[in-house]
Design a binder for this molecule. Structure first.
Ligand SMILES: [Fe+2]
Length: 615
């Protein structure tokens, strides 16, 4: 019997042809050796075209960006590829429309095909192909591939969700976010690819919009060109990321459920407002935003209703996916419809005593009116209404909110105090003055997260409580560090009723504060308690991701970390940068028992395993 190429121990490639090996070798050498120059990369497309001429079977030069799948339902799933013989320069197929045949089969050898069809690869979509394969059996592995212009893609693997009453009592999946390409290698994905998972949830910052030379610790792993603005720019940027072999492998192995955050468009943008320092403002920003969402839709394995451009060029991405009756996944979009952040984009406070701290934060942070504005919103009214209904209609054991920015209250007065205490830039008199001032300040918040929108958070918590949704779990990214928190009805009272539990996945590769995460980790950790007793776990040292292992009785989240405690005390400033050889280990395991939010229960997160945090 033929070996399943997707078995966890094997590097998959069914019957690799010589050309396949060469193509894979090229991308792997380019991205893994670190010795190659950009010149090699620029030469790649021509080399790939040469290979295409000799390719008779197996993945080839048309399919340089691999295959992907996503949005699993019980009887359907989206299959994706993009024809791009010249992936970093627009794709290379010009204005022609290319018919692409797709097949989905029960077996990894593709001998038992159960559905097939033809989808056009159109230049207006960058020759991306989305096929909605329907009529599929629920809760099982399926295999798929594409044919175009006499070539055939690699075989991808995907999985349908169980039917509503499918008897499935267990699921295991990964949560990922924030994968800035120049900041490190995708060791986290290499580890994820060895896991047994039903699916992967990506909660944003799939690409970063910045120019080349942003902290390139390795000159061969960098962005290309300037900050991206046009549809062509965004297309080439997605291609750069998708050429990474570990990311490409993850998409070929597991269906993804994705939602964007800010960097898919512009750092810290809100609704129709760009970041203050953005190179595009006004109408130019709106055009850029339209380009960004257009190419996001092209690049991701999304359903037709989520890819269709709205009048403003945006997408309707909030949606709900049932994993049988074990879990309901409510996927949120907290970026596209939000009101502008209060107090600038960084930090804010409702306490007038904070006005004296401008020198610490580099901006005015006091903005009580903005932070407490009852009309402020992260989701927009339509999405808030939709979520209320989605929660009320759910009968699932677990209600999962897959979303972008941290929901837990995080009072960072302590972190600011530690920052001042440890500062070597402040003279002794100024330091003394600032320490006296900060002792007067009750609270400081990260206003790009839900802390900047407390009225909107209250409405969300009210929805969670009033809907009686069972076991709400919030999954988050954005902040490039790992957190576990009990979301309480009243954060000022540690004994208050729990509303939900939140797990924040650290970044795949994006830095926490800087290439060396230890200073920022130290400020946050040093100032976390006693001000935030509901926060059960924090670690900013490592890049990585979360594994969620869920059954009817408990939710368990494993924080996978790129790097070790020994590396965390290595004096080299790049000791914790993810490299191709970095070890990946479990940093901590947190659990919560089902029924935690039932009347009279008031459960809490428990840490069942934790490595030492040495710094
Ligand atoms: Fe990020």
């Amino acid at each position: 019997m033929r070996k399943d190429p997707f078995s966890q121990s094997s590097k998959l490639e069914p019957e690799p042809s010589r050309s396949t090996e060469a193509v894979r070798g090229l991308t792997r050498r380019r991205f893994v050796s670190g010795g190659a120059s950009l010149g090699v990369l620029a030469a790649a497309p021509a080399f790939l075209r040469g290979l295409r001429a000799s390719a008779q079977e197996g993945p080839s030069s048309l399919f340089t960006l691999g295959v992907a799948s996503g949005e699993p339902h019980a009887h359907s799933v989206v299959l994706w590829t993009r024809l791009a013989p010249d992936p970093l320069a627009g794709g290379g197929l010009g204005e022609r429309v290319v018919p692409v045949k797709w097949q989905i089969a029960l077996d990894p050898g593709m001998s038992r095909v159960i559905r097939d069809g033809v989808a056009p690869a159109h230049p207006k979509n960058g020759h991306a192909v989305h096929a909605l394969a329907s009529g599929l059996p629920p809760d099982r592995w399926l295999y798929f591939r594409f044919h175009a212009l006499g070539e055939v893609s690699r075989i991808g693997r995907t999985r349908t969700f169980p039917a509503q009453r499918g008897g499935r009592d267990h699921m295991r999946f990964a949560v990922v976010s924030c994968q800035s390409f120049p900041d490190g290698f995708y060791r986290a994905y290499a580890d994820l690819n060895e896991q047994e998972l039903d699916f992967v949830v990506h909660v944003g910052d799939y690409i970063y919009e910045g120019a080349a030379a942003v902290r390139p610790f390795d000159p061969a792993r960098n962005h290309i060109g300037s900050e991206i603005v046009s549809a062509l720019d965004y297309r080439n940027r997605y291609a750069l990321y998708r050429l990474d072999p570990d990311l490409q492998e993850a998409h070929a192995r597991f269906p993804f459920i994705v939602t964007p955050d800010d960097h898919e468009v512009d750092n810290n943008y809100a609704g129709e407002t760009p970041e203050l320092s953005s190179p595009t403002q006004g109408e130019a920003f709106l055009a850029r935003r339209r380009n960004a969402y257009q190419v996001y839709a092209e690049s991701m394995p999304l359903r037709p209703e989520n890819r269709r451009a709205r009048e403003d060029g945006g997408l309707r991405l909030f949606r709900s996916l049932p994993f049988g009756d074990l879990a309901q996944l409510h996927v949120l979009d907290t970026r596209q419809f939000r009101s502008d952040q209060p107090a600038g984009d960084g930090f804010g406070s409702t306490d007038p005593d904070s006005a004296a701290l401008q020198v610490v934060f580099g901006e005015e942070i006091f903005d009580a009116d903005g932070i407490l504005d009852p009309a402020a919103t992260l989701m927009g009214a339509r999405q808030e209404d939709w979520l209320r209904g989605s929660l009320a209609g759910s009968r699932a054991t677990w209600n999962v909110l897959a979303q972008q920015v941290m929901q837990t209250r995080w009072n960072l007065v302590g972190a600011a105090r530690v920052t001042i205490e440890q500062s070597t830039a402040l003279g002794p008199e100024l330091k003394q003055f600032l320490l006296q001032q900060i002792a007067l300040v009750d609270e400081i918040s990260n206003v790009d997260a839900w802390d900047g929108y407390p009225a909107a958070r209250q409405r969300l918590f009210d929805s969670l409580v009033q809907s009686r949704a069972r076991n709400p779990i919030v999954l988050t990214g954005d902040i490039h560090s790992a957190w576990g928190a009990n979301l309480l009805a009243d954060f000022s009272d540690p004994a208050s009723q729990i509303v939900a539990a939140e797990f924040v996945s650290t970044s795949i590769s994006s830095t926490f504060g800087g290439l060396d995460p230890r200073p920022t980790h130290g400020f946050v950790r040093g100032g976390l308690q006693p001000g935030n007793p509901h926060i059960a776990y924090f670690n900013g040292l490592y890049r990585g991701y979360c594994l969620c292992d869920v059954d009817r009785t408990r939710w368990q989240t494993t924080f996978r970390a790129v790097g070790t405690p020994a590396q965390a005390i290595d004096p080299s400033p790049t000791a914790l940068v993810p490299l191709p050889t970095s070890p990946v280990e479990t940093d901590a395991v947190l659990e919560i028992a089902a029924g935690f939010n039932e009347p009279g229960r008031n459960g809490r997160l428990e840490t069942t395993f934790a490595r030492p945090i040495p710094v």
